[in-house]
Design a binder for this molecule. Structure first.
Ligand code: GDG
Length: 745
């Protein structure tokens, strides 16, 4: 039976050593909860680091850890101090974390740390490979393990791999600064499905992929190494019921069961019935906007002094990564700010900020959520922010107001919150006032809507949706209509070729026989190509036909001295081998004078693009342009042209990074039909890479071997990854040893 393996840096259980004794702690974070159902199904396992380094463990302790984890269906990856220092505190938290959160000034690029990141990712991948069997599903989590998907695929392509990033994905302008950007992207692209919290992160990722690797993307799919990699957004939810139920329990808790914190909160509301609590909870991290929030609160007290002694900011900052210097700096800055503001505003009865620098048990957390009138969550950048959702889930009476930064992923789905820009103190101060004065009825409406969404799309649903998307890709591995041209098919095809009497080879030129060049003139045939084609054409039973969108002059220049059939201008002109040129279609080209100026304006507005004028068509090439701009412009030009030509016999064809306008009754299909009508072929091979070749594939009988270059949707029966393999296939047909002198001549 197939299983699911979850892979994350930390396990849902982590360990500490106190006085030589092992202490296990269950993680209560969202990830552990969300994965619970995935993890508990069948014989699923979770692979990650236990929290203890090799140096901290002796044989006995290792055995104990392994035994304890076995019960939880977890497996450890063994890391040493050096790994933790360089891979975790180093590369993960001093390079990827700040860079992905747009803190370039904190981002370090250290080769040693990158090497350690690669080594540790390999350790994780090895652990997965050791426990995975063909057909299993692997779900890799977060920025610490971005190379793991490809490392796994390299050694076992028969696994289905998902990857989810819990932090933001930055814009291309940020990501391009990263020295090892190609390797990192290749690492993630090893997955079958890549998930992000929001659609913006999806866009940023696809933009980096397009611009850095030059790979083609179609909607949310990346065509990579003959596979389709799906990219999508899956906004993570919380364990709604857990918070909701705990909040209900909070309301009815008997006196003797109340925690110190709860008693203190109650005492506060009894003594200061008019006094409201504003809550913030985060890890002590510079992305969370803690100093900004404190300064904005100070600004609020100055701007609206009537709120002095009537509000209190309760700030829980949980210690995090305290051996990274920026975190130490942030801690001192926060201490200093809280001290200064409390010193400045405090009265005998009131301190404006209650500040806790520690973590609290879950029950205390819920007490804080349940007792606070406003939650003030102001990250500078945040992948999602689960605290915002937990606050809403804990509002048993449907009251309270959430003030949330637009920069948190959660803002994308929590429109009923009051959204603020965390850098705008004026706006934060005014919004805080609005929150504190919001009528009860309005609070109710907003919270109710928020609760509806958060309870429905909870963390289990999130995991379920991701797994569903991952599994749906499993049954249709490449999601293409055509099959990959593998050894067996090639053998079949070459056998059928050698057993036949009259053969037709229909060969597209650009992107098939030669790779793309930035300039169309540069894609001249080379000696090797002439050699293979000559050998094929030398046999009088073979008809080698080059079928191209190129104009007659160019193909004449390159191939007139050869014994090949030539079809040019997408099928306007035909020259059968050793015969004269004949027009397949009689067409006019007077329309070009009207269309040319329009395309020229697009050339001016799209740097890198150019117009190619052919006898019977105009082609706008945008291969060299900025890919994102070009896609927008191509769509625009396509619309403009289509609207202009609706009444006459022109058609707009979308090729590989080219938009071409030409007479609609001309296409490679009609030219192919003309060839087929003239001869009775018992073997047909056709190969091409773009849309214009689809007409050719369509026209051919079922028995023809039709091959698309590139993993794309196609009418062809087979596909190959790229044009590097085309010559190998032709060479196979031309090989003397295999087909005898008849073919080789
Ligand atoms: C990363 C991304 C993304 C906090 N203090 C205590 C405590 N917590 C719990 C909260 C919440 C979790 O920790 C914090 O989650 P966040 O989402 O707010 O932030 P990160 O830790 O930065 O998480 C983030 C997340 O991954 C998921 O993808 O949303 O954007 O940065 O669940 O309740 N729990 C307890 N005591 C505390 O003192 N028990």
């Amino acid at each position: 039976m197939n299983k699911t393996i979850i892979v994350s840096n930390r396990l849902p259980v982590s360990f500490k050593i106190d006085n030589q004794h092992l202490h296990a702690e269950t993680s209560i974070g969202g990830l552990a909860t969300g994965m619970k159902s995935v993890h508990s199904e069948g014989n699923g396992i979770w692979i990650g680091w236990s929290g203890l380094t090799e140096e901290q463990l002796n044989e006995k302790l290792t055995e104990e850890v392994d035994q304890a984890l076995k019960k939880e269906k977890c497996i450890t990856v063994s890391l040493n101090e050096n790994d933790v220092e360089n891979f975790y505190y180093g590369f993960s938290n001093r390079t990827l974390w700040p860079m992905f959160h747009y803190f370039m000034e904190y981002t370090e690029f250290e080769l040693d740390q990158w090497n350690s990141y690669k080594e540790v990712n390999q350790k994780f991948a090895d652990a997965v490979l050791e426990h995975a069997n063909d057909g299993d599903t692997i779900w890799v989590h977060d920025y610490q393990l971005m190379l793991v998907p490809q490392m796994i695929r390299d050694r076992n392509p028969n696994l289905t791999i998902g990857f989810f990033l819990h932090i933001p994905y930055p814009s291309y302008e940020i990501f391009r600064t990263f020295p090892w950007r190609e390797e990192l992207l290749a690492g993630i692209l090893g997955a079958n499905l890549i998930g992000f919290h929001t659609y913006d992160y999806v866009r940023h990722f696809l933009s980096s992929v397009k611009r850095i690797t030059g790979l083609e993307t179609k909607f949310n799919d990346v065509l990579y190494n003959g596979r389709i990699v799906k990219v999508d957004s899956f906004p993570m939810g919380i364990d709604y019921d857990r918070f909701h139920e705990a909040a209900l329990e909070h309301k009815t808790r008997p006196e003797d069961k109340k925690s110190d914190l709860m008693l203190k909160l109650e005492e506060h509301s009894q003594h200061f019935s008019d006094n409201k609590l504003i809550l913030s909870i985060d890890r002590m991290d510079y992305t969370k906007g803690i100093p900004n929030r404190i300064r904005a609160f100070e600004y609020f007290l100055n701007k609206y002094p009537e709120y002095k002694e009537r509000v209190r900011l309760v700030m829980l900052a949980v210690p995090s990564r305290s051996n990274v210097p920026q975190y130490q700096k942030l801690k001192s800055e926060t201490d200093e700010l809280v001290g200064r503001i409390n010193g400045k505003f405090a009265t005998v009865n009131w301190t404006p900020i209650w500040y806790f620098y520690r973590s609290m048990p879950f029950e205390d957390l819920v007490d804080l959520y349940a007792s606070s009138h406003v939650a003030l969550i102001t990250p500078i950048r945040d992948g999602m922010n689960l605290v915002a959702k937990e606050y809403i889930a804990s509002r048993a009476n449907h009251d309270g107001v959430l003030v949330l930064s637009e920069m948190a992923g959660a803002a994308k789905e929590m429109h009923e919150a009051l959204l603020i820009n965390p850098n705008n103190f004026e706006q934060i101060a005014d919004t805080l006032k609005q929150a504190l004065e919001m009528p009860h009825a309005e609070q109710h409406v907003r919270i109710k809507e928020l609760k509806k969404r958060i309870s429905r799309y909870n963390v289990e649903k999130w995991a379920e949706e991701f797994m569903k998307a991952l599994e749906s890709g499993k049954n249709t591995p490449d999601m293409l209509v055509s099959k990959k041209l593998d050894e067996n098919i090639i053998n079949d095809m070459t056998d059928s070729c050698s057993n036949s009497k009259k053969r037709l080879f229909l060969l597209d030129y650009d992107g098939t026989l030669v790779g793309f060049k930035n300039n169309p003139e540069a894609a001249m045939p080379d000696d090797d190509l002439y050699d293979i084609l000559d050998r094929l054409a030398a046999n009088e039973n073979n008809e080698v036909a080059i079928i191209s969108g190129r104009d007659r002059n160019t193909l004449e220049k390159w191939f007139s001295h050869k014994n090949y059939t030539l079809i040019t201008d997408h099928g306007v002109w035909l020259r059968k081998k050793s015969k004269d040129w004949e027009a397949i279609e009689r067409i006019k080209s007077d329309w070009k004078d009207k269309i040319r100026p329009i395309i020229e304006t697009f050339v001016d507005r799209t740097p890198g693009s150019f117009l190619e004028e052919k006898n019977y068509s105009l082609a706008w090439h945008y291969r060299k342009s900025d890919s994102e701009l070009a896609v927008i412009r191509a769509r625009e030009l396509g619309l403009v042209l289509t609207s202009l030509i609706s009444n006459n016999s022109l058609a707009v064809l979308e090729g590989n990074k080219v938009l071409e306008i030409k007479n609609s009754n001309v296409n490679k299909g009609r030219a192919t039909a003309k060839l087929l009508a003239a001869e009775d072929y018992d073997f047909i091979f056709a190969i091409g890479d773009d849309w214009t070749d689809e007409y050719m594939f369509e026209e051919l009988p079922q028995s023809a071997y039709t091959v698309k270059v590139g993993a794309q949707k196609t009418q062809a029966r087979y596909y190959i990854k790229d044009n590097n393999d085309v010559r190998k296939i032709l060479e196979g047909f031309a090989k003397k040893e295999k087909y005898g002198s008849e073919l080789y001549n």
